[in-house]
Design a protein around this ligand. Sequence first.
Ligand code: ARG
Length: 464
Amino acid sequence: MTDQFAKKDQAWSARFSEPVSDLVKRYTASVFFDKRLAHVDILGSLAHAEMLAAQKIISDQDLADIRRGMACILAEIDSGQFEWLLDLEDVHLNIEKRLTELVGDAGKRLHTGRSRNDQVATDIRLYMRGAIDDILGLLKALRVALVDLAETHADTLLPGFTHMQVAQPVTFGHHMLAYVEMFGRDAERMADCRKRVNRLPLGSAALAGTTFPIDRERVAKTLGFDDVCHNSLDAVSDRDFAIEFCAAAALVMTHISRLSEELVIWMSPRVGFIDIADRFCTGSSIMPQKKNPDVPELARGKTGRVNGHLISLLTLMKGQPLAYNKDNQEDKEPLFDTVDTLVDTLRIFADMAGGIAVRPEAMRAAALQGYATATDLADYLVKKGLPFRDAHEAVAHAVRACEQKGCDLADLSLDELRQFSALIDTDVHAVLTLEGSVAARNHVGGTAPEQVRAAIRRLRAALG
Ligand code: ARG
Protein backbone atom coordinates (compact mmCIF):
# COMPACT_ATOMS: atom_id res chain seq x y z
CA MET A 1 0.00 0.00 0.00
CA THR A 2 2.81 2.39 0.87
CA ASP A 3 4.50 1.94 -2.51
CA GLN A 4 2.17 4.31 -4.32
CA PHE A 5 3.17 7.04 -1.88
CA ALA A 6 6.52 8.61 -2.72
CA LYS A 7 8.64 10.00 0.10
CA LYS A 8 8.31 13.66 0.97
CA ASP A 9 9.22 15.77 3.97
CA GLN A 10 6.71 16.04 6.74
CA ALA A 11 4.54 19.14 6.48
CA TRP A 12 4.70 20.16 10.11
CA SER A 13 8.26 21.01 10.08
CA ALA A 14 11.25 21.76 12.04
CA ARG A 15 10.21 20.98 15.57
CA PHE A 16 11.04 17.28 15.48
CA SER A 17 14.49 15.83 16.03
CA GLU A 18 13.91 12.38 14.53
CA PRO A 19 11.74 11.14 11.69
CA VAL A 20 8.51 9.30 12.35
CA SER A 21 8.78 5.56 11.70
CA ASP A 22 7.10 4.17 8.61
CA LEU A 23 4.65 2.24 10.74
CA VAL A 24 3.65 5.32 12.73
CA LYS A 25 3.29 7.28 9.50
CA ARG A 26 0.94 4.67 8.13
CA TYR A 27 -0.90 4.46 11.44
CA THR A 28 -1.51 8.20 11.70
CA ALA A 29 -2.09 9.00 8.04
CA SER A 30 -5.61 9.39 6.74
CA VAL A 31 -4.94 10.24 3.11
CA PHE A 32 -5.88 6.70 1.97
CA PHE A 33 -9.47 7.43 2.86
CA ASP A 34 -9.87 11.19 3.35
CA LYS A 35 -8.76 11.98 -0.20
CA ARG A 36 -12.40 11.56 -1.05
CA LEU A 37 -12.88 14.95 0.64
CA ALA A 38 -10.64 16.61 -1.95
CA HIS A 39 -13.41 18.44 -3.80
CA VAL A 40 -15.03 19.90 -0.70
CA ASP A 41 -11.59 20.67 0.75
CA ILE A 42 -10.78 22.79 -2.31
CA LEU A 43 -14.20 24.43 -2.22
CA GLY A 44 -13.62 25.40 1.43
CA SER A 45 -10.11 26.67 0.71
CA LEU A 46 -11.32 28.84 -2.16
CA ALA A 47 -14.02 30.41 0.03
CA HIS A 48 -11.48 30.99 2.80
CA ALA A 49 -8.96 32.56 0.38
CA GLU A 50 -11.64 34.78 -1.15
CA MET A 51 -12.51 36.07 2.35
CA LEU A 52 -8.83 36.58 3.26
CA ALA A 53 -8.42 38.73 0.14
CA ALA A 54 -11.65 40.66 0.78
CA GLN A 55 -10.39 41.38 4.30
CA LYS A 56 -6.98 42.42 2.94
CA ILE A 57 -5.28 39.63 4.89
CA ILE A 58 -3.80 38.32 1.63
CA SER A 59 -3.42 40.22 -1.65
CA ASP A 60 -5.62 39.95 -4.71
CA GLN A 61 -2.62 38.52 -6.52
CA ASP A 62 -2.35 35.77 -3.88
CA LEU A 63 -6.02 34.98 -4.39
CA ALA A 64 -5.58 34.80 -8.17
CA ASP A 65 -2.60 32.48 -7.73
CA ILE A 66 -4.49 30.26 -5.30
CA ARG A 67 -7.42 30.02 -7.71
CA ARG A 68 -5.14 29.15 -10.62
CA GLY A 69 -3.31 26.52 -8.58
CA MET A 70 -6.51 24.96 -7.26
CA ALA A 71 -7.96 24.72 -10.78
CA CYS A 72 -4.88 22.82 -11.81
CA ILE A 73 -5.05 20.54 -8.75
CA LEU A 74 -8.71 19.80 -9.41
CA ALA A 75 -7.87 18.80 -12.98
CA GLU A 76 -5.06 16.57 -11.72
CA ILE A 77 -7.33 14.89 -9.20
CA ASP A 78 -10.15 14.38 -11.69
CA SER A 79 -7.84 12.89 -14.29
CA GLY A 80 -6.20 10.61 -11.71
CA GLN A 81 -2.80 12.28 -12.13
CA PHE A 82 -2.59 13.82 -8.67
CA GLU A 83 0.12 12.11 -6.65
CA TRP A 84 -1.20 11.39 -3.15
CA LEU A 85 1.65 11.14 -0.68
CA LEU A 86 1.48 9.15 2.53
CA ASP A 87 4.22 11.32 4.00
CA LEU A 88 1.90 14.30 3.73
CA GLU A 89 -0.53 12.58 6.06
CA ASP A 90 -3.93 13.76 4.91
CA VAL A 91 -5.92 15.33 2.10
CA HIS A 92 -5.42 18.83 3.47
CA LEU A 93 -1.63 18.76 3.58
CA ASN A 94 -1.38 16.98 0.23
CA ILE A 95 -3.37 19.67 -1.50
CA GLU A 96 -1.63 22.54 0.29
CA LYS A 97 1.79 21.20 -0.54
CA ARG A 98 0.92 20.77 -4.20
CA LEU A 99 -0.55 24.27 -4.27
CA THR A 100 2.70 25.68 -2.97
CA GLU A 101 4.63 23.72 -5.59
CA LEU A 102 2.42 25.22 -8.27
CA VAL A 103 2.06 28.84 -7.12
CA GLY A 104 4.76 29.46 -4.48
CA ASP A 105 4.19 31.79 -1.52
CA ALA A 106 0.48 32.34 -2.16
CA GLY A 107 0.06 28.64 -1.44
CA LYS A 108 1.85 29.09 1.87
CA ARG A 109 -0.45 32.00 2.80
CA LEU A 110 -3.66 30.00 2.30
CA HIS A 111 -3.54 28.55 5.80
CA THR A 112 -3.54 32.02 7.44
CA GLY A 113 -6.21 32.24 10.15
CA ARG A 114 -7.11 28.58 9.70
CA SER A 115 -6.21 25.20 11.17
CA ARG A 116 -6.72 21.69 9.88
CA ASN A 117 -9.10 21.31 12.81
CA ASP A 118 -11.69 23.78 11.53
CA GLN A 119 -10.79 22.83 7.95
CA VAL A 120 -11.62 19.15 8.37
CA ALA A 121 -14.79 19.90 10.33
CA THR A 122 -15.89 22.13 7.45
CA ASP A 123 -15.02 19.48 4.86
CA ILE A 124 -17.04 16.80 6.61
CA ARG A 125 -20.04 19.06 6.90
CA LEU A 126 -19.88 19.97 3.21
CA TYR A 127 -19.49 16.32 2.28
CA MET A 128 -22.39 15.29 4.49
CA ARG A 129 -24.66 18.01 3.17
CA GLY A 130 -24.15 16.63 -0.33
CA ALA A 131 -24.68 13.07 0.86
CA ILE A 132 -27.90 13.98 2.67
CA ASP A 133 -29.22 15.69 -0.45
CA ASP A 134 -28.46 12.57 -2.49
CA ILE A 135 -30.12 10.37 0.11
CA LEU A 136 -33.21 12.58 0.21
CA GLY A 137 -33.52 12.21 -3.56
CA LEU A 138 -33.15 8.43 -3.33
CA LEU A 139 -35.65 8.10 -0.49
CA LYS A 140 -38.11 10.00 -2.63
CA ALA A 141 -37.47 7.73 -5.62
CA LEU A 142 -38.02 4.67 -3.45
CA ARG A 143 -41.23 6.08 -2.02
CA VAL A 144 -42.54 6.87 -5.52
CA ALA A 145 -41.75 3.30 -6.64
CA LEU A 146 -43.58 1.87 -3.63
CA VAL A 147 -46.56 4.17 -4.19
CA ASP A 148 -46.71 2.94 -7.82
CA LEU A 149 -46.73 -0.65 -6.58
CA ALA A 150 -49.41 0.19 -4.01
CA GLU A 151 -51.57 1.77 -6.68
CA THR A 152 -51.38 -1.29 -8.92
CA HIS A 153 -52.38 -3.44 -5.94
CA ALA A 154 -54.82 -1.24 -4.05
CA ASP A 155 -57.37 -4.09 -4.26
CA THR A 156 -55.03 -7.09 -3.98
CA LEU A 157 -55.75 -9.07 -0.83
CA LEU A 158 -53.32 -10.91 1.39
CA PRO A 159 -53.34 -12.06 4.99
CA GLY A 160 -52.10 -9.51 7.48
CA PHE A 161 -50.08 -11.07 10.29
CA THR A 162 -49.46 -10.47 13.95
CA HIS A 163 -46.99 -12.82 15.67
CA MET A 164 -46.55 -14.24 12.13
CA GLN A 165 -50.02 -15.78 12.55
CA VAL A 166 -52.82 -14.92 10.13
CA ALA A 167 -54.65 -12.00 11.71
CA GLN A 168 -56.93 -10.07 9.35
CA PRO A 169 -56.99 -9.57 5.60
CA VAL A 170 -55.25 -6.46 4.32
CA THR A 171 -54.67 -4.97 0.91
CA PHE A 172 -51.19 -5.24 -0.58
CA GLY A 173 -51.41 -1.55 -1.42
CA HIS A 174 -51.91 -0.78 2.26
CA HIS A 175 -48.97 -3.02 3.16
CA MET A 176 -46.69 -1.17 0.73
CA LEU A 177 -47.86 2.20 2.02
CA ALA A 178 -46.71 1.20 5.52
CA TYR A 179 -43.15 1.30 4.16
CA VAL A 180 -43.85 4.57 2.36
CA GLU A 181 -44.68 6.04 5.78
CA MET A 182 -41.48 4.65 7.33
CA PHE A 183 -39.29 6.02 4.57
CA GLY A 184 -41.18 9.31 4.82
CA ARG A 185 -40.18 9.67 8.47
CA ASP A 186 -36.64 8.71 7.51
CA ALA A 187 -36.59 11.57 5.02
CA GLU A 188 -37.87 13.96 7.70
CA ARG A 189 -35.08 12.85 10.02
CA MET A 190 -32.45 13.35 7.32
CA ALA A 191 -33.79 16.79 6.45
CA ASP A 192 -33.78 17.74 10.11
CA CYS A 193 -30.22 16.49 10.57
CA ARG A 194 -29.19 18.62 7.57
CA LYS A 195 -30.10 21.78 9.49
CA ARG A 196 -27.49 21.03 12.14
CA VAL A 197 -24.94 19.83 9.60
CA ASN A 198 -25.22 23.02 7.59
CA ARG A 199 -23.28 25.35 9.91
CA LEU A 200 -19.78 26.64 9.35
CA PRO A 201 -16.90 25.71 11.69
CA LEU A 202 -14.26 27.61 9.68
CA GLY A 203 -12.87 30.57 11.60
CA SER A 204 -12.60 28.52 14.78
CA ALA A 205 -9.00 27.81 13.75
CA ALA A 206 -7.26 25.29 16.01
CA LEU A 207 -9.66 25.75 18.92
CA ALA A 208 -9.87 29.33 20.17
CA GLY A 209 -10.46 31.42 17.06
CA THR A 210 -7.89 33.56 15.25
CA THR A 211 -6.15 36.90 15.67
CA PHE A 212 -6.87 37.86 12.04
CA PRO A 213 -9.84 40.10 11.16
CA ILE A 214 -11.79 37.34 9.43
CA ASP A 215 -15.37 37.50 8.13
CA ARG A 216 -17.00 34.20 8.96
CA GLU A 217 -20.45 35.18 7.70
CA ARG A 218 -18.97 35.86 4.30
CA VAL A 219 -17.45 32.37 4.12
CA ALA A 220 -20.71 30.83 5.36
CA LYS A 221 -22.61 32.61 2.61
CA THR A 222 -20.12 31.60 -0.09
CA LEU A 223 -20.36 27.96 0.94
CA GLY A 224 -24.14 27.93 1.36
CA PHE A 225 -24.12 27.38 5.13
CA ASP A 226 -27.18 28.62 7.03
CA ASP A 227 -25.13 29.97 9.93
CA VAL A 228 -21.70 29.85 11.56
CA CYS A 229 -20.93 27.60 14.53
CA HIS A 230 -21.09 29.84 17.58
CA ASN A 231 -18.38 28.33 19.76
CA SER A 232 -14.93 27.57 18.41
CA LEU A 233 -14.14 24.78 20.91
CA ASP A 234 -17.38 23.01 20.08
CA ALA A 235 -17.04 23.61 16.35
CA VAL A 236 -13.68 21.88 15.96
CA SER A 237 -14.38 18.98 18.25
CA ASP A 238 -17.93 17.67 18.29
CA ARG A 239 -19.16 15.25 15.67
CA ASP A 240 -22.70 14.94 17.00
CA PHE A 241 -24.08 15.86 13.58
CA ALA A 242 -22.30 12.84 12.08
CA ILE A 243 -23.62 10.60 14.85
CA GLU A 244 -27.11 11.93 14.28
CA PHE A 245 -26.75 11.20 10.58
CA CYS A 246 -25.62 7.64 11.30
CA ALA A 247 -28.59 7.15 13.62
CA ALA A 248 -30.94 8.34 10.88
CA ALA A 249 -29.11 6.08 8.39
CA ALA A 250 -29.39 3.11 10.76
CA LEU A 251 -33.14 3.65 10.88
CA VAL A 252 -33.37 3.78 7.08
CA MET A 253 -31.47 0.50 6.92
CA THR A 254 -33.65 -0.96 9.67
CA HIS A 255 -36.73 -0.21 7.58
CA ILE A 256 -35.03 -1.60 4.49
CA SER A 257 -34.17 -4.68 6.50
CA ARG A 258 -37.76 -5.22 7.63
CA LEU A 259 -38.94 -4.93 4.03
CA SER A 260 -36.15 -7.30 2.96
CA GLU A 261 -37.24 -9.88 5.50
CA GLU A 262 -40.74 -9.80 4.06
CA LEU A 263 -39.50 -10.03 0.47
CA VAL A 264 -37.40 -13.08 1.36
CA ILE A 265 -40.34 -14.78 3.04
CA TRP A 266 -42.76 -13.85 0.27
CA MET A 267 -40.41 -15.18 -2.39
CA SER A 268 -39.93 -18.54 -0.69
CA PRO A 269 -41.66 -21.18 -2.84
CA ARG A 270 -43.56 -22.24 0.29
CA VAL A 271 -45.24 -18.83 0.32
CA GLY A 272 -44.98 -17.72 -3.31
CA PHE A 273 -46.57 -14.28 -2.86
CA ILE A 274 -44.06 -12.53 -5.12
CA ASP A 275 -41.28 -13.02 -7.57
CA ILE A 276 -38.33 -10.66 -7.82
CA ALA A 277 -36.94 -9.83 -11.27
CA ASP A 278 -34.01 -12.04 -12.24
CA ARG A 279 -31.56 -9.16 -12.34
CA PHE A 280 -31.77 -8.86 -8.54
CA CYS A 281 -31.31 -12.57 -7.84
CA THR A 282 -28.58 -15.15 -8.23
CA GLY A 283 -28.48 -18.89 -8.68
CA SER A 284 -26.68 -21.60 -6.78
CA SER A 285 -23.41 -23.11 -7.97
CA ILE A 286 -24.62 -26.57 -7.02
CA MET A 287 -28.45 -26.57 -7.01
CA PRO A 288 -29.70 -25.79 -10.53
CA GLN A 289 -33.26 -25.05 -9.43
CA LYS A 290 -32.35 -22.18 -7.08
CA LYS A 291 -33.17 -18.51 -7.53
CA ASN A 292 -32.07 -16.67 -4.44
CA PRO A 293 -33.21 -13.20 -3.27
CA ASP A 294 -29.64 -12.03 -2.72
CA VAL A 295 -30.34 -8.31 -2.78
CA PRO A 296 -32.82 -8.26 0.12
CA GLU A 297 -30.68 -10.75 2.03
CA LEU A 298 -27.58 -8.61 1.61
CA ALA A 299 -29.46 -5.45 2.53
CA ARG A 300 -30.61 -7.19 5.71
CA GLY A 301 -26.99 -8.10 6.39
CA LYS A 302 -25.60 -4.66 5.59
CA THR A 303 -27.97 -3.16 8.15
CA GLY A 304 -25.66 -4.71 10.74
CA ARG A 305 -22.63 -2.80 9.53
CA VAL A 306 -24.48 0.52 9.45
CA ASN A 307 -25.76 -0.05 12.99
CA GLY A 308 -22.15 -0.86 13.90
CA HIS A 309 -20.92 2.44 12.46
CA LEU A 310 -23.35 4.31 14.69
CA ILE A 311 -21.89 2.58 17.74
CA SER A 312 -18.34 3.29 16.46
CA LEU A 313 -19.02 7.01 16.29
CA LEU A 314 -20.78 7.19 19.63
CA THR A 315 -17.87 5.37 21.24
CA LEU A 316 -15.34 7.54 19.40
CA MET A 317 -16.90 10.68 20.85
CA LYS A 318 -17.73 9.70 24.40
CA GLY A 319 -14.26 9.96 25.94
CA GLN A 320 -13.03 13.12 24.28
CA PRO A 321 -12.24 16.22 26.33
CA LEU A 322 -12.47 19.58 24.55
CA ALA A 323 -11.32 20.43 21.99
CA TYR A 324 -10.00 18.61 18.89
CA ASN A 325 -8.35 15.22 19.38
CA LYS A 326 -6.88 12.98 16.75
CA ASP A 327 -9.53 10.39 17.65
CA ASN A 328 -11.80 12.37 15.36
CA GLN A 329 -9.85 11.22 12.33
CA GLU A 330 -11.56 7.87 12.92
CA ASP A 331 -14.95 9.40 12.11
CA LYS A 332 -14.42 9.19 8.38
CA GLU A 333 -14.39 5.52 7.45
CA PRO A 334 -17.60 4.68 9.35
CA LEU A 335 -19.24 7.77 7.94
CA PHE A 336 -18.16 7.11 4.36
CA ASP A 337 -19.18 3.48 4.55
CA THR A 338 -22.55 4.46 5.96
CA VAL A 339 -23.13 6.83 3.06
CA ASP A 340 -21.94 4.31 0.46
CA THR A 341 -24.03 1.49 1.88
CA LEU A 342 -27.13 3.63 2.17
CA VAL A 343 -26.82 5.19 -1.28
CA ASP A 344 -26.26 1.84 -3.02
CA THR A 345 -29.02 0.13 -1.07
CA LEU A 346 -31.59 2.85 -1.73
CA ARG A 347 -30.67 3.00 -5.40
CA ILE A 348 -31.13 -0.76 -5.80
CA PHE A 349 -34.36 -0.88 -3.83
CA ALA A 350 -35.95 1.96 -5.80
CA ASP A 351 -35.20 -0.03 -8.94
CA MET A 352 -36.14 -3.41 -7.46
CA ALA A 353 -39.56 -2.22 -6.25
CA GLY A 354 -40.56 -1.91 -9.91
CA GLY A 355 -39.30 -5.47 -10.50
CA ILE A 356 -41.55 -7.13 -7.92
CA ALA A 357 -44.13 -9.38 -9.58
CA VAL A 358 -47.08 -9.88 -7.25
CA ARG A 359 -49.06 -13.15 -7.31
CA PRO A 360 -52.55 -12.13 -6.15
CA GLU A 361 -53.93 -15.72 -6.34
CA ALA A 362 -51.33 -17.01 -3.89
CA MET A 363 -51.96 -14.10 -1.53
CA ARG A 364 -55.71 -14.62 -1.72
CA ALA A 365 -55.44 -18.36 -1.12
CA ALA A 366 -53.35 -17.69 1.98
CA ALA A 367 -55.83 -15.11 3.26
CA LEU A 368 -58.61 -17.70 2.98
CA GLN A 369 -56.78 -19.89 5.47
CA GLY A 370 -56.48 -19.02 9.13
CA TYR A 371 -59.93 -17.52 9.79
CA ALA A 372 -58.83 -14.03 8.86
CA THR A 373 -62.39 -12.69 9.06
CA ALA A 374 -63.08 -13.90 12.61
CA THR A 375 -62.82 -10.35 13.98
CA ASP A 376 -65.32 -9.23 11.36
CA LEU A 377 -67.81 -11.78 12.65
CA ALA A 378 -67.26 -10.57 16.22
CA ASP A 379 -67.73 -6.94 15.14
CA TYR A 380 -70.91 -8.00 13.29
CA LEU A 381 -72.33 -9.47 16.51
CA VAL A 382 -71.41 -6.35 18.45
CA LYS A 383 -73.27 -4.24 15.93
CA LYS A 384 -76.30 -6.52 16.55
CA GLY A 385 -76.12 -5.68 20.26
CA LEU A 386 -73.85 -8.35 21.79
CA PRO A 387 -71.10 -7.09 24.14
CA PHE A 388 -67.69 -7.47 22.48
CA ARG A 389 -66.34 -10.05 24.96
CA ASP A 390 -69.37 -12.29 24.41
CA ALA A 391 -69.06 -11.87 20.67
CA HIS A 392 -65.37 -12.83 20.90
CA GLU A 393 -66.35 -15.99 22.79
CA ALA A 394 -69.08 -16.95 20.31
CA VAL A 395 -66.72 -16.59 17.36
CA ALA A 396 -64.03 -18.60 19.13
CA HIS A 397 -66.51 -21.48 19.30
CA ALA A 398 -67.31 -21.03 15.61
CA VAL A 399 -63.60 -21.15 14.72
CA ARG A 400 -63.18 -24.32 16.71
CA ALA A 401 -66.07 -25.92 14.85
CA CYS A 402 -64.48 -24.89 11.53
CA GLU A 403 -61.19 -26.43 12.59
CA GLN A 404 -62.93 -29.71 13.28
CA LYS A 405 -64.78 -29.58 9.95
CA GLY A 406 -61.71 -28.39 8.08
CA CYS A 407 -63.47 -25.38 6.54
CA ASP A 408 -63.49 -21.57 6.70
CA LEU A 409 -66.04 -19.43 8.55
CA ALA A 410 -67.48 -18.35 5.21
CA ASP A 411 -68.11 -22.01 4.33
CA LEU A 412 -70.52 -22.51 7.25
CA SER A 413 -74.22 -22.38 6.38
CA LEU A 414 -76.49 -19.85 8.03
CA ASP A 415 -77.99 -22.58 10.22
CA GLU A 416 -74.56 -23.73 11.33
CA LEU A 417 -73.51 -20.16 12.16
CA ARG A 418 -76.71 -19.55 14.09
CA GLN A 419 -75.70 -22.30 16.53
CA PHE A 420 -73.13 -19.86 17.88
CA SER A 421 -75.45 -16.86 18.06
CA ALA A 422 -79.08 -16.35 17.22
CA LEU A 423 -78.21 -12.80 16.21
CA ILE A 424 -76.59 -14.06 13.02
CA ASP A 425 -78.68 -13.39 9.93
CA THR A 426 -78.51 -13.58 6.13
CA ASP A 427 -76.37 -10.43 5.94
CA VAL A 428 -73.50 -12.27 7.65
CA HIS A 429 -71.89 -13.67 4.55
CA ALA A 430 -71.02 -10.24 3.15
CA VAL A 431 -69.08 -9.65 6.34
CA LEU A 432 -67.16 -12.92 6.11
CA THR A 433 -65.66 -12.32 2.65
CA LEU A 434 -62.15 -10.95 2.34
CA GLU A 435 -63.41 -8.07 0.21
CA GLY A 436 -66.09 -7.18 2.76
CA SER A 437 -63.55 -7.32 5.55
CA VAL A 438 -61.09 -4.85 4.02
CA ALA A 439 -63.77 -2.57 2.57
CA ALA A 440 -65.28 -2.18 6.04
CA ARG A 441 -62.09 -0.65 7.45
CA ASN A 442 -62.82 2.56 5.69
CA HIS A 443 -61.28 5.38 7.70
CA VAL A 444 -57.99 7.29 7.51
CA GLY A 445 -55.22 4.78 8.12
CA GLY A 446 -57.47 1.77 7.41
CA THR A 447 -56.79 -0.94 4.84
CA ALA A 448 -59.90 -0.38 2.62
CA PRO A 449 -59.00 0.01 -1.08
CA GLU A 450 -60.82 3.36 -1.03
CA GLN A 451 -58.51 4.56 1.76
CA VAL A 452 -55.44 3.21 -0.01
CA ARG A 453 -56.37 5.24 -3.07
CA ALA A 454 -56.99 8.34 -0.95
CA ALA A 455 -53.60 7.88 0.76
CA ILE A 456 -51.94 7.51 -2.64
CA ARG A 457 -53.51 10.78 -3.79
CA ARG A 458 -52.21 12.55 -0.68
CA LEU A 459 -48.74 11.03 -1.10
CA ARG A 460 -48.51 11.89 -4.79
CA ALA A 461 -49.38 15.50 -3.99
CA ALA A 462 -46.70 15.58 -1.28
CA LEU A 463 -44.07 13.81 -3.39
CA GLY A 464 -44.63 16.21 -6.29
N1 ARG B 1 -6.72 14.26 9.30
C1 ARG B 1 -7.19 14.99 10.43
C2 ARG B 1 -8.61 14.54 10.79
O1 ARG B 1 -9.18 13.86 10.04
C3 ARG B 1 -7.20 16.44 10.13
C4 ARG B 1 -7.07 17.31 11.31
C5 ARG B 1 -5.75 17.09 11.92
N2 ARG B 1 -5.43 18.06 12.89
C6 ARG B 1 -4.36 17.94 13.68
N3 ARG B 1 -4.15 18.86 14.53
N4 ARG B 1 -3.58 16.90 13.61
O2 ARG B 1 -9.14 14.85 11.81
